[in-house]
Design a protein around this ligand. Structure first.
Ligand SMILES: Cc1ncc(COP(=O)(O)O)c(C=O)c1O
Length: 453
């Protein structure tokens, strides 16, 4: 569906006069206006002039099977024949109940209760509030603080920002945030201890063990993204790190909150990243891929003993809820997504797709301004550097990551950077050929912008 020029001009005027975009410096919007998306088909987004863009970041890390998937469309359409929205405060509905059962069936062992919300940040916020209240309900000493990783990202509400660790996004709000205990990020490419993996004696493991041992008595939880720190720069954690944090937190009686908002629903190769290291968290936050990239829905899963601690007198209630909590349309989309993940054999096909992606990425690692290519399943970060030998970054004002994304867009690929880390997060169902052309076009864009021949 192309839009005629006068309609496009009108929309652009209204956009300029009234819209405020997320994570966007609006002063420079006119230099790089975003494509006006009016449709989608499979792995492609289509703009108002009919240009097609390969969806290289799964519409912000959410899409699983592609766009306009018949089974998910049908589930939502069917639900529309019943009820689009009805509250979970005082009423309930089959999709919410069925999805809770379906999630518990596939979640890491021990997670038996599902609390709904609508964004990843909310799922985290809820886990944080629950963990705090759980500490208050059960703790022998006063539990007040959370451990969190530097470079961690858990969303943009105040609680989620409090446990985040990306200065560019979070420093402004520090005075508003609750205190936390930071743990250094195990970012091997820029190791805080100046070492090189694997000959490093795993200083980051000793560090986290020490920090937790020192602060455990007053802690309500340890929050982290398992396997990969996504928004922090697609930082793939050293093998065994997530499991090690579980061991350490368990030893000290500190609940573990895993934020699987980005890593969940097959992203890292298993349904949940926790499974890769056989980790059983106490809390798990889910969103993004939960509805296959269709509708906003999130869930916080908790262990049964945590849920049980909230039972009893009225003041033990978890006083939290959102108007659209567990929305039936979104819950139906999520159920259809999960069913399709099982019936289509997506998870069985995933190892081959991941291998095809790995093979294609080899060509990028050879480019002279690529410092490191990091991949975990279908999550990829390509760190651009001014000098690969010294790992010296480009000056920020060059905005190399953004320029590479613009160059990729000219070639028909939509991707978003994280600073100078070029991110690829293709929908899990993307074909081998599409994966290869995604990487080829991104490689060409990197070569063009960095002046590599
Ligand atoms: C690990 C992680 N947690 C939480 C969030 C926040 O999710 P939302 O943007 O839906 O609030 C994100 C978003 O990128 C994320 O990557």
């Amino acid at each position: 569906m192309n839009l005629d020029q006068s309609r496009q001009d009108q929309l652009r005027r209204w956009e300029r006069d009234h819209l405020w975009y997320p994570f966007t410096q609006m002063a420079t919007l006119a230099d790089d206006p975003p494509p006006l998306i009016v449709g989608a088909e499979g792995m492609y987004l289509v703009d108002a002039d009919g240009r097609r863009y390969l969806d290289g970041v799964s519409s912000l890390w959410v899409n699983v099977h592609g766009h306009r998937v018949a089974a998910i469309d049908a589930a939502i359409t069917d639900q529309l024949q019943h009820v689009a929205h009805s509250t979970l405060l005082g009423l309930t509905h089959p999709p919410a109940i069925m999805l809770a059962k379906a999630l518990v069936d596939v979640a890491p062992a021990g997670l038996t209760r599902v609390f709904y919300s609508d964004t990843g940040a909310c799922a985290v916020e809820i886990a944080v509030k629950m963990a705090y209240q759980y500490g208050a309900l059960t703790g022998t000493t006063e539990r007040r603080h959370f451990f969190r990783l530097n470079r961690g990202y858990h969303g943009d509400t105040i609680g989620a920002v409090s446990v985040g660790g990306i200065d560019l996004f979070h420093a402004t709000y520090r005075p508003l945030l609750f205190p936390t205990i930071p743990v250094e990020s195990p970012y091997c490419y820029r190791c805080p201890w100046g070492q090189r993996y694997p000959g490093c004696n795993r200083a980051c493991f000793d560090h986290v063990a020490d920090v937790v041992a020192q602060g455990a008595s007053g802690a309500c939880g340890f929050i982290m993204e398992p396997l990969v720190q996504g928004a922090g720069g697609m930082i793939t954690l050293p093998p065994g790190y997530t499991a090690f944090v579980r061991q350490v937190t368990e030893r000290h009686g500190v609940p573990l909150l895993l934020d699987e908002v980005a890593t969940g629903f097959g992203r890292t190769g298993t349904l949940f990243a926790a499974a890769r290291e056989n980790v059983q968290p106490d809390f798990m936050a889910l969103s993004k891929g939960l509805s296959g990239g269709y509708l906003p829905i999130a869930a916080t899963l908790v262990r049964e003993e945590i849920f049980q601690a909230f039972l009893g007198a009225p003041e033990r209630t978890f006083f939290h809820g959102h108007t659209y909590t567990g929305n039936p349309l979104a819950a139906r989309a999520a159920l259809a997504n999960l069913e399709l993940m099982q019936s289509s054999g997506l998870m069985q096909q995933l190892p081959d797709r991941i291998a095809a992606l790995t093979a294609a990425l080899e060509a990028l690692a050879a480019l002279s301004h690529v410092g490191e290519v990091r991949q975990c399943g279908m999550m990829v970060g390509v760190e651009l550097v001014a000098d690969a030998a010294s790992t010296a970054p480009y000056p920020g004002e060059l905005r190399m990551g953004s320029r590479v994304c613009q160059a990729a867009r000219r070639r028909g690929v939509f991707i978003r950077p994280l600073g100078d880390v070029v991110v690829m997060m293709p929908p899990l169902a993307m074909s081998h050929d599409q994966l290869r052309s995604l990487v080829t076009m991104v490689g060409e864009a990197i070569a063009e912008v960095t002046g590599t021949v």
